[in-house]
Design a protein around this ligand. Sequence first.
Ligand SMILES: NC(=O)c1ccc[n+]([C@@H]2O[C@H](COP(=O)([O-])OP(=O)(O)OC[C@H]3O[C@@H](n4cnc5c(N)ncnc54)[C@H](O)[C@@H]3O)[C@@H](O)[C@H]2O)c1
Length: 281
Amino acid sequence: MPWVGRARSRVAPWVGRVVSRVALVTGAARGIGAATVLALAADGWRVLAVDACTDDPALPYALGTPDDLAASVAAGNAAGGVVAGFEADVRDENGLCDAVAWAEAEWGGLDAAIGVAGVIAGGVPLWEMPRDQLDTVLDVDLFGVVALARAAVPALLRRPAPRDGRFIAVASAAATRGLPMLAAYCAAKAGVAGLIRGLAADLRGTGVTANAVSPGSTETKILDESARLYDLPSAASFAAQQPLERLLAPAEVAAALAFLAGPGASGMTGAVVPVDAGLAL
Ligand SMILES: NC(=O)c1ccc[n+]([C@@H]2O[C@H](COP(=O)([O-])OP(=O)(O)OC[C@H]3O[C@@H](n4cnc5c(N)ncnc54)[C@H](O)[C@@H]3O)[C@@H](O)[C@H]2O)c1
């Protein structure tokens, strides 16, 4: 169900035209998704912030909450955007279609869809992973992005030509590195990278682009859970494996996502951009 934050109009410049661009961001309650809502809002976008806002019975750690989503919406509105929250699970393509329909009905269309929602599970070799956890990782991390593309790309294409829509997903350094005890997560994220390249080819000549960002270890709840899976004392232990010798802040990944959504990325499609403090080197 949608619930709109402070409603007020704002006019933002976009490649010489005066329009207000509309984005849908999944995984928007916290972490990289919330930072992306904030970055887009600060750039003057209208943002529909989507999150499941519920825990998953297959996963031993807590996911985002309705309060997290409300805080993300409030932060985006305080930053100068127009942000509304919408509860939907990325595994539910119909729910995502409802979110897209809401954005089109209330804000007149959709210009960017950004798939950030994700989960992690593993900590054992693939063949020992409980089947429900394996399914959850693949269903959310790969098929959730597939569902977003199927729900949102038709709306991006409904904008009149010449259009400049953006489909953007969050992959991972795990898309290109074989991380021990995380084979399902690696498979899902490699799938996202392949999906983005295929989608970019499908979108040839439409004016809509498809790109992804591959983060390295970033200070969020997923990294806390990764530390637990590896029996590490805390997420800070991951800093040493990155050439920058620190963890990334969610805002650093969000900055790249906002760039890909913006006019500066007009020449990019099919790109999977590392924002990983050098992790994938
Ligand atoms: N943090 C890292 O080190 C790191 C590194 C590489 C990639 N990533 C990716 O970044 C993305 C964001 O994760 P994060 O680090 O911010 O973690 P996070 O756990 O803080 O945020 C994930 C958000 O996604 C939401 N979510 C989970 N399942 C959902 C579903 N089925 N439908 C809708 N929403 C759902 C959660 O409620 C939560 O708000 C994920 O795709 C993750 O795989 C993170």
